[in-house]
Write a protein that binds this ligand. Structure first.
Ligand code: NCD
Ligand code: ZN
Length: 346
């Protein structure tokens, strides 16, 4: 008997689309399955002003193949020079859906990020006033903090103080990777949400490091111990409506991943829903998948849920290409290392 699951069309609440040939290559992979996505602003140079976001949105729409529909939800990259009035105008016009906070140096293309959090206080106050969410890359960057501890230390030393100092600020803890983050979001009130990626639900650091180092599993925040992955999965299927999918699909050219200094990011967009269906099914929680992929995100962002649906069908293990072309380069697909039985019906 064929097993199938029809759910509202998902959205991706954290996505890297890049620009140019890479944008053209990866955009259809997301638009095929997802209706909307929060678009990360960490281009080089970053998307910092309303004008930058408008121009980037136009490039995204121009790259969308005919016949596909997709709504990019734009974000601004918060810098110490960000103008609160520009942010407010971009939000009021509907151009942007959130502002992104990168601590300086935390991840790919984050050199323009924030060093002195007092400098962004006026912008955060304005955002709290107008209800504009702040998406947070939650890792400290000081060399004294071990990479596996950066998220937990960020919560205590940066995130919690920011939230206490800015009551009402709506915050999305992005791509959470630890039990500490899962606990913090569970205890946070209505103004706090979290996204979780595919790879952090499926893999732990052993998968990345035991028996050889796998560059396509290297992403930031870095994969943690197994008990953290179990805590994230428990959070994803817990029914907490403030926890939802943000794939953090982050394409890099294959040659930049398979390099002496490997770029951080997993290109999960093409297989994200097959991976999630497999993972939720194994956890006995297939009935929780729709809330995670399609209901909780719009609810937190105050947007309508999608009216269209998609159907996932279970069958023989699916096949997928190792990589896709992107201009002169290729991008290697995330491979979870287990057979995937669920495919999205065309
Ligand atoms: C992202 C990228 O490549 O832009 N990389 C990643 O490992 N997730 C940046 C980010 O979201 O941290
Ligand atoms: Zn990201």
């Amino acid at each position: 008997m064929t097993q199938s699951l029809t759910i509202r069309r998902p959205d991706d609440w954290h996505l890297h689309l890049r620009d140019g040939a890479m944008l053209a290559a990866v955009l259809p992979e997301t638009a095929r399955h997802f209706a909307r996505a929060i678009i990360m602003p960490n281009l080089v140079p970053p998307v910092v002003t309303g004008a930058d976001a408008a121009a980037y949105r136009s490039r995204i729409m121009a790259a969308l193949p005919a016949g596909m529909t997709f709504t990019p939800l734009m974000t601004l990259y918060l810098t110490e020079d960000t103008d609160a009035a520009d942010v407010a105008a971009a939000a009021a016009s509907g151009l942007i859906t959130a502002v992104k906070l990168y601590p300086a140096g935390a991840t790919t293309n984050s050199a323009s990020g924030v060093r002195d959090f007092d400098k962004v206080r006026p912008v955060l106050e304005k955002m709290a006033g107008i209800g504009l969410p702040l998406c947070v890359h939650g890792e400290v960057t000081g060399p004294e903090v071990d990479i596996f501890d950066r998220e937990a230390v960020f919560i205590d030393t940066v995130l919690d103080p920011i939230r206490r100092a800015t009551p009402g600020l709506r915050v999305v803890m992005e791509h959470i990777t630890t039990s500490q983050a899962a606990d913090y979001v569970a205890a946070g009130g209505d103004t706090l949400a979290a996204t979780i990626t595919v790879q952090h639900l499926m893999l732990d650091r052993n998968d990345m490091l035991v028996g050889g180092m796998r560059p396509h599993y290297y992403c930031l925040p870095i994969l943690k111990r197994r008990d953290h992955r179990e805590a994230l999965l428990a959070a994803a299927i817990s029914g907490n409506p403030r926890i939802f999918l943000g794939t953090d699909s982050a394409p890099h050219p294959t040659h930049a991943k398979e390099a002496e200094c490997c770029s951080a990011g997993c290109f999960t967009a093409p297989l994200a829903l097959s991976c999630l269906a497999e993972t939720f099914e194994q956890a006995g929680a297939l009935d929780r998948l729709e809330a995670f992929t399609s209901l909780n995100g719009p609810r937190f962002y105050g947007l309508p849920v999608n009216e269209e649906t998609i159907t996932l069908v279970k069958g023989d293990p699916i096949a997928w290409p190792d990589r896709i072309g992107a201009g002169e380069a290729t991008v290697t697909l995330f491979n979870p290392g287990i057979p995937l039985h669920w495919r999205v019906e065309a």
